[in-house]
Design a protein around this ligand. Structure first.
Ligand code: NDP
Length: 310
């Protein structure tokens, strides 16, 4: 596993990063950050693109995160990714927040531009590209249910579904108030000339089996954006009896092996995929923002599969 650096070093010894061979120019902030697969595939991308630089892990605390992000430019960094639990705090750390990141309520990509910091969210677009890659379908042609739409990743996916004009969007969350607020914010995107009224095209419900069963009759794609499935012994986010062969199931969770939800969906005859492709595409989009050009996606995919043991 690659070395983890204390993000405090960005403030106290920034020359350490420039003095590395090759110099550290990108990184991921998180806590804990040791398990992140991003260094493996971002370093493969830097190699493939012939960039003299490396991508490192940056372990931060709540107190150090903001000043450490502000110090990126002085330490010679081109940008960084931000993961759990700092995506919301990152909105305060940057000078400008892109519109999609503002709507999603979090920043996962920071770009150093001169003495300014720009914040973006690539989770939603990464999700959209993953759906196209896994199922050969566009969000605009799908009726989508997002479980955990009140969390960071679920919200980013919901904002993207709305931006791409998906046919129906059902927002499901354990804490239902979170998705009621989100539905109010997204409602203007669902007023259209289509036959169904806005209330029918955009729905917010709690994680109630009866309510979910009723909605699933008019759904093509079910997305797990809850953290259920990350830990061994977690229950499924959706009871097995609700999974039918006509559904597409996308689990944002990724582990070394097939997730329990993917296995349950496949045994019900449904097509299913886990979150590895989303991880790849959100990372490729970050690379495109840092280097203002296409990312070497094949090299990234190979490195990620190897890192994930696939
Ligand atoms: P958040 O902490 O922001 O959100 C967690 C979500 O899970 C909330 O909706 C929360 O509901 C729900 N939840 C947590 N525990 C339970 C439970 N016991 N029962 C029902 N719902 C529960 O996390 P993120 O949005 O950042 O991440 C969510 C998942 O998405 C993680 O598994 C993460 O690994 C994955 N992810 C994958 C990415 C990829 O590239 N593949 C990118 C980003 C995330 P409530 O609001 O009620 O607390």
């Amino acid at each position: 596993m690659a070395e983890v650096f204390d993000a405090r070093l960005l403030l106290e010894a920034p020359e350490r990063f420039a003095g590395m061979s090759p110099p550290a120019i990108l990184g991921v902030f998180g806590s804990p950050v040791g398990h992140s697969l991003s260094p493996q595939f971002q370093n493969a991308a830097l190699d493939a693109a012939g960039v003299n630089g490396q991508y490192v892990r940056l372990e931060a605390t709540e107190e150090i995160f903001l000043p450490a992000v502000r110090a990126l430019g002085r330490a010679g960094f081109r940008g960084a990714n931000v993961t759990i639990p700092f995506k919301v705090a990152a909105m305060e750390a940057v000078d400008e927040v892109d519109e999609e990141a503002r709507q999603a309520g979090g920043v996962n990509t920071v770009v150093v531009q001169g003495d300014r910091l720009l914040g973006f969210s690539t989770d939603g677009m990464g999700f959209s590209r993953a759906i196209r890659e896994e199922f050969l379908l566009d969000l605009k042609d799908l009726r989508v249910m997002i479980l955990g739409a009140g969390g960071g990743a679920g919200r980013a996916a919901a904002v993207r579904c709305a931006a791409e004009g998906c046919e129906r969007l059902v927002l499901v969350n354990r804490t239902v108030e979170k998705v009621r607020g989100l539905a109010r914010a997204l409602a203007p995107k669902f007023h259209s000339e289509r036959l169904a009224g806005p209330a029918d095209r955009l729905v917010a419900i709690g994680m109630d089996e009866g309510l979910m069963a009723e909605q699933l009759e008019k759904i093509d794609l079910v997305v797990n954006a809850t953290s259920l499935g990350m830990r061994l012994g977690d229950r499924l986010p959706l009871p097995t009896r609700l999974i039918t062969a006509n559904l597409l199931v996308f689990d944002m969770v990724y582990t070394g092996r097939k997730t329990r939800l993917v296995l349950a969906a496949e045994s019900a005859g449904a097509r299913a995929a886990d979150g590895l492709s989303m991880l790849l595409h959100q990372g490729a989009l970050s690379f495109e923002l840092w280097f203002e050009g296409p990312a070497p996606i094949d090299a990234m995919r190979r490195a990620l599969r190897q890192a994930a043991g696939r």
